[in-house]
Design a protein around this ligand. Structure first.
Ligand code: PHE
Length: 453
């Protein structure tokens, strides 16, 4: 009953390359920019515990389901679903998992590339010493002027998109695998260097306190929602990115242990990012601010006031760029693989078309910070907020919910058993319970709450 053992798109050279690629997908702007802030604001250590529970009981089961389904079908998420539906006589509507994922992927890629482009711009700003000794007003003005200039934003968006398209056009082995082989070790190295820098700064204990104090009173229902949403986005779940990568995983790799390592690495980077950022913020008497302001105003400002700040600030934005590019390449894989399969098209051509479409969509995000800053889109303040809401809060959770249900209930016992390396009994029951009930229910609760709230 086992599915095919190879994918036509290529295969990861071994299980560790899959770990690197999936960790590359997971570790991104979500870890470095979003996690530290929401952890600090929502009760520090208490929030971190809650977040770890979400990773363990929702994130890991759903990620396992994505890898399981992807490896069983060995095609793009859409065709994998079609194939499994046909083979096991399931309802054709399950294929919507694949389509919703492709739609989410286009939207996420469109704004992700714009924000990642800012990181590229800040490599240059930090490196040139433009922020050395800058005041808060100057750092704020630099960012505000940058956002006010669509041409500049488009320039950096285009550059990041070209890099992404170049890597994905080269294929699974020479493109994706080569990128993660280089970028992920550099990312870990840079993290270690920046952590060392933060440890020796004056703000270290204050930063640690901000992230780890056990403030259980801050654990409001909103904090629970934030933990859950973050677990989802940060692990790249619910849109088929991990399913697409799962199609290239060797049959011999254990899904549970591999996925646990990936989730562990992602969490480690998120926590270390906080420990690298907050101490330098506090060391300079600054307050951690929210969203884009933290990464693009407060952090540059803090580095600008420190010894060797230009150097370490440059390294910081290099790190953010590495993290973002290894995520961007995974966001496009479901659509890319599908178009290659469907039209028997060359990967390079498809990559370019995909890049162009998503670049055009991304202009909506670019203009959200200038021309269209006051234009509401379906109840959201800007196009960017809309794109981010529809993906993070709607498409990803719903996608994840159905992926969990499909992986637990729609596939025959024999398939699940073979993929997970379990032969019925307690572990099979646990699988159905976690992937098929606990995780989907948790997502449902969060989803309903988000819509009502
Ligand atoms: N996980 C990535 C991050 O934390 C974002 C992402 C979402 C990547 C969905 C792929 C798919 O930045």
């Amino acid at each position: 009953m086992a599915g095919p053992t190879e994918s036509r798109h290529g295969m990861w050279s071994n299980r560790w390359l899959f770990v690197l690629a999936a960790a590359g997908s997971a570790v991104g702007l979500g870890n470095i920019w979003k996690f530290p802030y929401i952890a600090g604001e929502n009760g520090g250590g208490a929030f971190v515990i809650l977040y770890l529970l979400c990773i363990a009981f929702v994130g890991i089961p759903i990620m396992m389901a994505e890898v399981l389904i992807g490896r069983e079908g060995r095609q793009s998420p859409i065709n994998t679903m079609r194939h499994l539906i046909k083979q096991h006589h399931r309802h054709p509507a399950w294929v919507l998992i694949g389509w919703a994922g492709v739609a989410a992927g286009f939207l996420i890629l469109s704004y992700y590339v714009v924000i990642a482009g800012w990181a590229l711009y800040y490599i240059l700003q930090m490196g040139s010493g433009a922020l050395e000794g800058a005041t808060a007003e100057q750092a704020g003005a630099l960012f505000a002027e940058f956002l006010d200039s669509p041409i500049e934003l488009i320039f950096w968006q285009t550059l990041f998109m070209v890099l992404t398209v170049y890597i994905i056009s080269r294929g699974v082995i020479s493109g994706l695998e080569t990128a993660v082989r280089w970028f992920m070790p550099m990312l870990f190295l840079l993290m270690a260097v920046l952590l060392g820098y933060a440890v020796t700064s004056d703000g270290w204990s204050q930063g640690v306190e901000f992230m780890f104090r056990m403030d259980f009173d801050s654990l409001t229902p909103d904090a629970v929602l934030a933990a859950m949403g973050q677990a989802f986005f940060t692990l790249s779940l619910g849109m088929g990115a991990i399913m697409a990568y799962g199609a290239y995983v060797p049959s011999s790799a254990s899904i549970f242990s591999t996925v646990s390592i990936i989730a562990g690495l992602d969490t480690l980077v998120a926590v270390v990012a906080g420990l690298a950022i907050f101490p330098i913020v506090f060391a300079n008497g600054l307050e951690p601010s929210q969203g884009p302001g933290l990464m693009f105003v407060t952090v540059p400002l803090a580095f600008g006031q420190m010894p060797l700040g230009a150097l370490f600030g440059t390294l910081f934005f290099l790190l953010v760029s590495f993290a973002a590019i290894t995520s961007a390449i995974s966001i496009s894989e479901p659509a890319l693989a599908y178009l290659v399969e469907e039209y028997n098209a060359r990967r390079g051509r498809v990559a370019i078309s995909l890049g162009v479409i998503s670049w055009i969509l991304g202009l909506g995000t670019v203009f959200s910070f200038n021309y269209w800053a006051d234009v509401n889109v379906l109840g959201q303040p800007t196009f960017f907020d809309f794109a981010s809401f529809v993906t993070d809060k709607v498409l990803l959770p719903i996608g994840g919910l159905f992926i969990g249900l499909f992986g637990a209930w729609a596939l025959p016992k024999t398939v699940i058993g073979a993929q997970l390396g379990i032969d019925g009994g307690f572990r099979a029951v646990l699988w159905k319970l976690l992937a098929g009930a606990v995780a989907p229910l948790a997502v449902l609760v969060v989803f309903v709450n988000t819509l009502l709230g």
